[in-house]
Design a protein around this ligand. Structure first.
Ligand code: ADP
Length: 438
């Protein structure tokens, strides 16, 4: 008899369920054989020991926090699931019904324990299913969250796309407007270009006509003028009878006027030819010293008549690539101007130089100590028929074409002619030309 309690029926030992009774302090008072067998204990293992001896750790906590407080409060507990611990450490699942009552002035709790094997399995399966469901729900939640996030992102992207589409449309419209404006501008430019082209053609035609006319007129005028000169000389020589002093003076005036007119016509003819591009340049290496040596004797009488001194600073090494005759014509022109516009005892300097040893230009400069040119007139001296000071010019008998011709010739040879001057302090004309290779 394992049930060591006089109040309990010995039949309980063989009952098909476990039985245990314990006091409020947890001491086991009795346990039937069915329970001891269920757990693999002997009566000594359990009776007189604390009920927690037969409980798993989790069940002990459950006993203290729920089971026993429930018994104390209601006097009973039904269908409570308990995990007992067998002697070999195995868990034994049971369903417990318990009643707490007073016996012999002592509170005793009697428990009937039914072993549950199948239920445990079902519970496990249920638990796993619950867990799986829980996981599935969590996965579904996560999936939903991701879908929602993706949706939001798509929505944001859609808004952004809509905005950029709008921007693109605006830009396209703007571009269209700009392109229309450009087209209009282009049309205007094309029109202007055509107009300019037409005007240029008209100007070219007019210029050609002018040059042809001038060349023709000059020829027509030169023939009778030469005849006048010739006949004047014949009369002066007394071929047609003796000449009185008064007649000789008149003939002298006629001859001077004839020469002036002839020079003018020759100049006009030259300028017309140059401007019509009908002048050939025979470019060769011309040492500037050679050019000066050739020209100076021609101007010498004029210089000594006006008591002018000429200083030559031209080394024989400086050479230009130029048309020899035209270069001489320019230098003669510059020297003749310098002598015309420099009062007696003045100095004229002819200078040649290279700006640097590697330079591809050379300079020939004619400088005088003469009357100079006012700044506002200086820029016009190269225009045809311009004479700065009528009184000087008349005295000096110019045509106003020398500088225009000289600059055209200089440019025709790939160079240029420039002027600097200070009124009352002389002038400086600088001819630049391509340097000749040694
Ligand atoms: P012109 O036959 O009258 O000398 P140019 O074309 O040679 O014609 O010169 C134009 C004008 O430039 C001259 O009339 C003169 O007023 C001015 N000029 C030219 N060279 C000098 C100079 N060396 N000094 C002062 N004036 C000058």
């Amino acid at each position: 008899m394992i049930v060591d309690d006089p109040h309990l029926d010995p039949l309980l030992d063989t009952a098909p369920c476990g039985f245990v009774s314990f006091t409020d302090d947890g001491t086991v008072r009795a346990a039937n054989a069915t329970l001891l067998e269920m757990l693999g204990y002997t009566a000594a293992d359990l009776v007189g020991k604390h009920i927690e001896t037969a409980l798993t750790v989790g069940a002990r906590i459950f006993y203290q926090t729920h089971f026993f407080p429930l018994l104390r409060l209601h006097g009973r507990a039904e269908e409570i699931f308990f995990l007992l611990r067998g002697k070999d450490g195995e868990d034994v699942a049971t369903i417990v019904n318990a009643v707490r009552r007073q016996r012999d002035q002592e509170w005793i709790s009697d428990c009937v324990l039914m072993r549950v094997r199948e239920r445990r399995k079902f519970e496990d399966a249920l638990l796993r299913a619950k867990q799986a469901a829980e996981e599935a729900r969590a996965a579904a939640d996560e999936h939903r969250r991701q879908v929602q996030e993706a949706n939001e992102q798509l929505e944001r992207q859609a808004i952004e796309m809509e905005m950029s589409q709008q921007q693109l449309m605006e830009q396209a419209e703007e571009l269209e407007v700009q392109s229309e404006e450009l087209q209009t501008l282009n049309d205007v430019l094309v029109e202007r270009g055509e107009e300019l082209e037409r005007l240029r053609a008209v100007a070219d035609d007019a210029n050609r006509a002018k040059s042809t006319f001038l060349a023709m007129m000059s020829h027509e005028l030169r023939t009778p003028l030469n005849a006048i000169g010739g006949y004047v000389q014949l009369v002066e020589m007394g071929i047609h009878g003796p000449v009185t002093p008064a007649q000789a003076e008149a003939l002298g005036r006629i001859a001077r006027s004839q020469r002036h007119l002839l020079r003018l016509i020759n100049d006009v003819l030259n300028l017309a030819r140059i401007e019509a591009g009908r002048v050939d340049y025979n470019l060769e290496r011309v040492p500037l010293r050679d050019c000066a040596d050739a020209v100076l004797p021609m101007i010498e009488p004029q210089l000594s008549a006006r008591r002018l001194r000429c200083e030559l600073r031209v080394s024989s090494e400086v050479a230009a690539l130029a048309d020899r005759e035209k270069l001489q014509q320019i230098l003669l022109n510059l020297l003749s101007n310098a002598s015309k516009f420099t009062p007696p005892n003045g100095v004229i300097t002819v200078e040649a130089f290279e700006p640097s040893p590697a330079s591809d230009v050379v300079y020939l400069r004619v400088q005088d100590t003469g009357v100079g040119i006012a700044p506002d007139r200086l820029e016009h001296v190269f225009e045809p028929f311009v004479q700065v000071d009528d009184s000087h010019a008349r005295r000096a008998e110019g045509t106003g074409l020398g500088l225009a011709i000289s600059r055209d010739l200089a440019r025709g040879m790939g160079g240029d002619l420039t002027a600097e001057s200070e009124e009352g302090h002389g002038s400086r004309f600088t001819l630049s030309l391509p340097r000749a290779n040694d």
